[in-house]
Every structure is written in C-alpha cells, then in structure tokens.
Design a protein around this ligand. Structure first.
Ligand code: IFM
Length: 467
C-alpha cells in the first residue's frame, strides 16, 4: 500500500513568486540502502560491516538492526508512488555494494543489479530523476576482512563496482555521488568507534580517510571514461559551519582546527588535490599522517567533480580545551537555542554562511544540498497524522536560508530532504525519526506526517509556498 495521505489534489503550479527558486531546481528526498532496504539475506546479497556491527552487544540502541528496516526492497513500488504523490523531482538513494558484489569484487550478482534497474526504471516512469550514491557506509564484510578502508585495494575494488554501475545504469541515471560523508566512515567508524567497523584509533581513521579519497578519485576517473556525457558526478560531504565560542585568539584557533578536521580535510583534496597544511602538521605531530603514494594528489586534482553535495544539519561552536584531546577543542552549546532530538542545534543561518563560504573558498562550485532534515519526537498526533510543526519549522528555515544563498549568487541546483521515510538511524536504531513519512515498523504502514503535505506544496510552487 502506498502511504496514507489526506485526499484532494495537490495545488497546481502557481505563477512564480518573487521568492521562488530557479527554474529546474530539483526538489528531492533522500534515503540510504542499509537504512531502508532490509532483505539482508535475499537474492544473494553479501554481508556488510553494518550487518556485523549491529550484532556487537551495546553498539546499537535497543539492539536494533537493519535486517528489515523499511522493507523497501519489497515495497519500493509503493515508495515510488509516495514520491510521485509528493511531486518529488528527484530521489537520492544509495546502492548496496554487497548486493551488486556480495564479496565486494568478482562477478556481479544479477539479482542485485536487477533490483536497482527496476527501481531506476520505476522512478523514471514516475517522472522522478534518480540520484545515486555509490557508497553510504555499507562496506562488504569480505573487504573489511581484507583490510577495509585502510587498504588501497578497497579503493580499486570500489572503482570496479562503480564502473559496473555506470555501465548498467549510466543510460538512465544522470546524477551520481561517489561517497556519502567520508568523515563519518573514517572518523566515526575508525576513531570514535560508534559506527562500523567500530575501531578506535586516530591514525587508522586518517588512513581510512585517505583511501576513501583515493577511491573517490578513481571512481570519478572511471566515470569520465564510462559515464554518459550528459551525466554529472560529485561527492556528498557532511559539512558544518564552525563558529568560535569567543573572539579570543585561542578560540579562533580552535575553530580553525575544527574546520580543518571536519571540513577542509575533505574539501581541500576534492577541490585542490591537497590536504590543508595546518592539519597535516597537526596530524603528523600525533603520528597520524596519511600514507600518500606518488600521484595521489595529482589523481584528485586531475579529475574535478561536477558538483559538491552538502549534507548540513547543524553548526559547531567550539572553544579551545586541553580536554579536547589531540585536536584541542570542545563543542559548546548555546542554551537558548532550539535543538532536535539528536541534540543538534537548529541554526539555518549556518547553512547560509556555509554555502557562501564554499562559494568564496572553493571556486564557486555547483552545489546540491544532498541532505538536510531533523529528528523530532513526533508525539502530537491528530486524526492519525503526526503534527510535526517543529520539523516544518526546521525545513522552512533551512530552505529559506538556501534561497537567500541563491540570491547571493551561490550556484545551488537542488535540495534533498532527509528523509523520505523514518528509517534505521545507525547507532540510534529506530529511536530517531527523520522522515516526512511516518513508518510503523510493526506493520510497515506508511503515513504522511504534516510535513509531507507541506513539502508537497513547497514543491508544487517551486518554493513559493514558503513566502
Ligand atoms: O541518517 C543519516 C544519514 O545516513 C547520513 N547523514 C545524516 C543522517 C542523519 O543522522
């Protein structure tokens, strides 16, 4: 069954208001394979590091797993219907490497490819552009066993996997992303230990980040050989606007280190082919310099991307602190600010500041907001519908900030709301709900929250409904 929603036709496209977005602006929603698909043992899919990590006692809230998730693998037709009703112009999803190559390499699994071909065809038939992310954290376990992201071989296998998908789907998918949030893969997974594969070593994390960037470079290079001329490729980075806690020099320097760690460590390589020198020096002082091979920097620089994907949720406000470990900073919190259920500060101006900064510092790139959204309690229900006015407020504020950035000349081409569905929120399990469509995980029933109807109106008026 498609998602239950109030009856009645969506509003017709109104004439563009002064506040509307540019013609052709993409209005999308996003998900990721492990968070929605389920069906982890079906049709030859191989084990991933998240299947394994979910079995570690205490790793995931409530012992939840992605085994079933939103059962999207079986219900994708209804989910596409839901997207059509929302009037999405694009849908960002990720392919599970282990569905396509169960062991990460070798012979592709026909059934895995069939699933993604059918999904892509279904989207196109519904008038929705597919936007495909090749890697959203679910490394095949077999590759982890062979060294995972610390091994350069993983980057080579990633390029083969990417090439396989370009070959099979390149005639229909025109928007590609190599990696989702490599900071999280590297540092949450190999330093903080809160994500798969659950390691806790800074030097290992820096090396994983390097191999991930190498994988990105190889995949973009393969795209230039195999990808369609009318297609584009980018990367989705989790970026934060960083504000110093005070005007004091030490807090300013702390903010620069935080920015170096969370933003510039990935932005500089993908745009300039180099690591930021201040951070290289800092990491080296902690014996954590990446093992660069001759030609790595050139490979990144030689294959520029077509766009940058920005995943923005909240800003960082940091102060210098010896308790902050090797990076020497900690994050503070302004008590008078609204916060989401993730305890993330709601600050739409952070998105505006970030977009302007990217324009200024990185050569005015084409940008998509590839993720933005919020988890809230979703407790107020009327006539069976979640009244998520707090989520609407969050989205409205951020989309307005995006529009202001466009007015200042930022080449923003689309917005993907996170998320289409409530889904498996990694170590938080199913406790945190980001969806504009409520999912009852006992029955898999989908029901529009109030925010879904609101987003439908925003899309139908090309942003005019915000005004
Ligand atoms: O759910 C995640 C997503 O997988 C990556 N970006 C942040 C989202 C919310 O935490």
């Amino acid at each position: 069954m498609p998602a239950a929603r109030p009856r009645g036709r969506p509003p017709k496209n109104k004439p563009m208001s002064a506040n509307a977005f540019p013609q052709g602006f993409l209005w999308g929603a996003a998900t990721a394979a492990y968070q929605v698909e389920g069906a982890v043992h079906e049709d030859g899919r191989g084990e991933t590091i998240w299947d394994r990590f979910c079995r570690v006692p205490g790793a995931i809230h409530g012992g939840d797993t992605g085994d079933v998730a939103c059962d999207h693998y079986h219900r994708w037709r209804d989910d596409v219907e839901n997207m059509r009703d929302l009037r999405l112009s694009a849908y960002r999803f990720s392919t599970a490497w282990a569905r396509v190559f169960p062991q990460g390499k070798g012979k592709p699994n026909r059934k895995g490819l069939d699933f993604y071909e059918a999904l892509v065809d279904g989207l196109l038939a519904a008038g929705i552009q597919p936007a495909l992310t090749l890697y959203h954290w679910d490394l095949p376990q077999a590759l982890q066993d062979a060294g995972g992201w610390t091994s350069r071989d993983t980057a080579s296998w990633f390029a083969e996997y990417a090439s396989c998908l370009y070959t099979h789907l390149g005639d229909r998918v025109k928007t590609w992303m190599t990696l989702n949030e490599p900071w999280v893969s590297a540092f949450a997974g190999h330093w903080q230990g809160v994500h798969a594969p659950g390691l806790k070593d800074f030097g290992t994390a820096v090396q994983a980040a390097h191999v991930l960037l190498h994988a990105h470079a190889l995949a973009v290079s393969a795209f230039r050989e195999l990808g369609a001329r009318d297609a584009r490729i980018g990367i989705a980075l989790d970026l934060h606007q960083v504000y110093p806690w005070s005007d004091g020099v030490s807090d300013q320097e702390a903010a620069r280190r935080c920015d170096g760690h969370v933003n510039r460590w990935f932005l500089d390589p993908v745009f300039k082919g180099t690591y930021p020198k201040d951070m290289l020096d800092l990491y080296a002082r902690h014996h954590a310099a990446p093992h660069e091979h001759t030609g790595d920097a050139e490979a990144l620089a030689a294959h520029p991307m077509d766009f940058l994907g920005v995943n923005y949720y909240f800003p960082q406000r940091v102060y210098a602190s010896d308790a902050g470990g090797l990076l020497g900073y900690e994050s503070g919190r302004l008590e008078d600010r609204q916060r989401t259920e993730m305890d993330w500060e709601v600050h739409p101006d952070g998105l505006y500041d970030l977009l302007l900064r990217l324009k200024g510092d990185y050569g005015d790139p084409a940008i998509f907001i590839t993720e933005n959204g919020a988890a809230f309690k979703d407790q107020r229900v009327e006539k069976g519908q979640v009244q998520d006015d707090d989520r609407i407020g969050y989205l409205d504020g951020h989309i307005r900030a995006a529009r202001r950035a466009i007015e200042r000349g930022v080449k923003l081409q689309g917005y993907f709301l996170w998320s289409l569905l409530d889904n498996f929120e990694w170590s938080f399990g199913y406790r945190q709900r980001f969806g504009i469509t409520h999912v009852d995980f006992a029955t898999q029933a989908r029901t529009w929250k109030k925010s879904a109807g609101w987003y439908q109106r925003v899309i139908a008026t090309n942003g005019g409904a915000l005004a």
